[in-house]
Design a protein around this ligand. Structure first.
Ligand SMILES: NC(=O)c1ccc[n+]([C@@H]2O[C@H](COP(=O)([O-])OP(=O)(O)OC[C@H]3O[C@@H](n4cnc5c(N)ncnc54)[C@H](O)[C@@H]3O)[C@@H](O)[C@H]2O)c1
Length: 348
């Protein structure tokens, strides 16, 4: 057990960077401290300094990583810079928690994971939904075999409006629209709960309904530059026989925003609202348990950050994901975009 707090560096102190900065404060100074932060925006940097006065603050990532003293670097910039930031942090000797979507494509993802392996360092993708109490329950339930084998999943990620809070709808910064930015959460979760199978093929289509939908309430700057998809539908087949239907939609008012339903050979699972039913003697029986663990969004980020920090303090390797899972998720995302562009099924 390390007898000092984990030294954390945060790159990107915007909307999500701030969630991490606040979360680490809540975990307590004996667990972790933010020792360095980096952002191009002076106001955001100053706000971070106000929260973490002892942190070195800079707009230059190389300067931030220069002293090579950080145990953990959290990358919370937009996806166009994820590869550059993760590689720099690994080379500086840190382990890295990288925000979703992981990389812009499988080539970048492979390069990052190869570098981590070569340097003996770790990279985890911030798929925080895996840390919800309901997600953990469903994952363990399927793994136990109590509901039989997963067969079919319906997965969606929908917002009433495009997420205006960051440039998620400019391809130059986002590496994709509703799929890469929103649907990725529930997609990763559904694949994980269904046993992390390998994708076999993908067929998808995408549209941009903006500005016809929601355009009138967007600022002129957004209207001018919005160039990602805001509707994506798809079908993914996996090598364990599971098929997965996808809907990503930024112009829908159907709550909850991130969800999946899964049919298994003995029951049905719903992530939100959380429902578990099992077929017993020809009858559908409600087996939804009362969970003590919270399944809120903020809690899941807190659990995630606490977990990676706890592992580092205890000198244990991170165990939430492995290389194959990360590459498979990237493969499905790349495959969806390729299939939508070419209007053909992509077979892996
Ligand atoms: N897991 C979640 O719940 C969740 C929620 C929101 C966003 N995200 C992810 O977090 C990431 C950031 O999203 P956001 O909403 O915080 O975006 P944001 O635009 O609010 O923040 C990004 C920050 O990075 C800074 N930045 C950009 N280039 C930089 C550089 N070269 N050096 C230093 N700083 C730089 C920007 O100035 C900005 O402050 C994205 O990958 C997004 O998908 C995750």
């Amino acid at each position: 057990m390390l007898n000092r707090p984990i030294r954390v560096g945060v790159i990107g102190c915007g909307a999500q960077g701030n969630n991490h900065l606040r979360t680490i404060k809540e975990l307590g100074a004996e667990a972790a401290v933010v020792s360095a932060c980096c952002d191009l925006d002076p106001e955001r940097l100053q706000n971070t300094k106000d929260m973490w006065p002892q942190a070195r603050a800079t707009d230059d990532v190389n300067e931030m990583l220069g002293p090579a003293e950080l145990d953990l670097v959290i990358v919370a910039t937009m996806p166009n810079t994820h590869m550059q930031m993760v590689l720099a942090a690994l080379e500086a000797g840190a382990d890295v928690l990288c925000e979703k979507p992981f990389m812009r494509n499988i080539e970048e993802a492979t390069a990052v994971l190869d570098t981590a392996e070569r340097l003996g360092r770790q990279v985890q993708l911030a798929t925080n939904m895996r840390y919800m109490g309901t997600s953990q329950y469903l994952h363990n339930l399927v793994e136990s075999g109590a509901v039989g084998d997963p067969v079919f999943a319906k997965v969606w990620g929908c917002h009433v409006n495009p997420p205006w809070w960051a440039p998620n709808y400019y391809l130059s910064s986002s590496a994709g629209g509703v799929l890469a930015s929103t649907l990725v959460h529930a997609l990763d979760l559904a694949i994980w709960v269904s046993g992390s199978p390998n994708p076999v093929s993908v067929s998808a289509s995408m549209r941009r309904l903006f500005p016809g939908k929601r355009g009138p309430i967007a600022s002129p700057e957004i209207r001018e530059r919005f160039n990602t998809e805001d509707l994506l539908t798809g079908l993914v087949r996996f090598d364990n026989g599971v098929t997965c239907v996808l809907e990503g939609n930024w112009c829908d008012d159907r709550p909850p925003p991130h969800c999946f339903e899964m049919v298994t050979t003995k029951g049905k699972l719903n992530s939100d609202p959380f429902i578990v039913t099992v077929d017993e003697g020809g009858k559908v029986v409600d087996k939804t348990p009362e969970l003590s663990e919270s399944s809120g969004w903020g809690e899941s980020i807190r659990n995630q950050d606490a977990d990676v920090i706890r592992h580092l303090r205890e000198g244990r390797p991170w165990s939430m994901q492995d290389r194959r899972q990360l590459l498979n998720l990237q493969k499905v995302i790349d495959g969806c975009y390729e299939s939508a562009r070419t209007e053909r099924e992509v077979v892996f």
